[in-house]
Design a protein around this ligand. Sequence first.
Ligand code: ADP
Ligand code: MG
Length: 378
Amino acid sequence: MSDSIATAERTPGRKGAESEGGVPIVLDGVTKKYPGTDSAAVDDIHLEIAPGDIVMLVGPSGCGKTTTMRMINRLIEPTSGRILIDGEDVLSLNDVKLRRTIGYVIQQIGLFPHLTIESNVSMVPKLLGWDKARTAARVEEMLAVVGLDPDEFAHRYPRQLSGGQQQRVGVARALAADPPIMLMDEPFGAVDPITRTKLQDEFLNLQKRLRKTIVFVTHDFDEAVKMGDKIAVLDKGSRIAQYASPEEILTSPADDFVAGFVGHGATLKRLQLERLDSLELHPSTEAVDGVEPVPMQSTLHDVLDAMIADGRDAIPVTDDGKVVAAVTLEDLLGRVRELRAEADAKQGVTTADSRPGATPGTTPDPDLEAGTRSDQQS
Ligand code: ADP
Ligand code: MG
């Protein structure tokens, strides 16, 4: 009896067999000064990235985004400061651990042209010493995950794929060893806008399941708003002008630099972040002849777009394909007013907060002073 217990087959532990989500990343005073340059490419950046978040690094060309990214996976060594992954200094990780921990996707894709798609995707598993069967199964799974039929694509070469398909292979390759961290440097920057939207949507869906920790570089603020749990708006030297949720950056940009980056149409962009199910809608089961209903998951931006396109100020809303409510232009405007009020309230708080030493009413306001002077001159 006790023998049978001792020899009973155990289910092998599944730890590591499946994604367990992301791990935290901390950049602690990281600086990179390239030899022979006057100013640092990355100047004392501090950034904490929570496990399972997509953090968008957004900023003008040359501000240090790629350098920051490449220090995380040790392709570039920092001049000073520390980078911690799940509490461990990246400089102390060996190559195997590093490959297992971080997947890397870049705009130029970086597929090996003389290797088949299968060989490209299986590269890291092979380096990690996975056996043939496990590797082959993983390649098939990953191609399917990114929407490429393995039977059709596994044996092709990169040049036999479109740009969008190649980019999918790039994502599959980075995910192959199931790393908790993905670094993505302008991954969808080189494809046409329609393909880009599709890749973004698919990737967001994938991430809902995987919950990786993702650092995603872009120079496109709209992409940052769409993809990010948080956005770090970077100025020269990777100076963090603001690190906050997309909602917060849109409603209260920290300074003129951030406001300039947000650009025009902040209210419309904000509507892209709100979905119909966040509004109180009028229940209704009536379809309207000739009006295409909108699904409950639509963004307020899409609903407004549909209203303008149809020339209507009320549209039926469906849930699971059935009409359950109606949304009106007044509903949307009401929400816009609320957002404005929230932003104004916050603005008041931020202004007071941002002058910690200031006692209201006693500190001279430079603008007012200038105004007084010019009054006196005239
Ligand atoms: P971004 O990705 O935001 O466009 P980069 O990180 O590529 O910016 O570059 C930041 C700064 O560092 C730029 O001024 C760039 O010219 C400089 N730089 C990048 N790589 C090197 C290098 N290998 N040697 C010297 N300077 C570099
Ligand atoms: Mg770059």
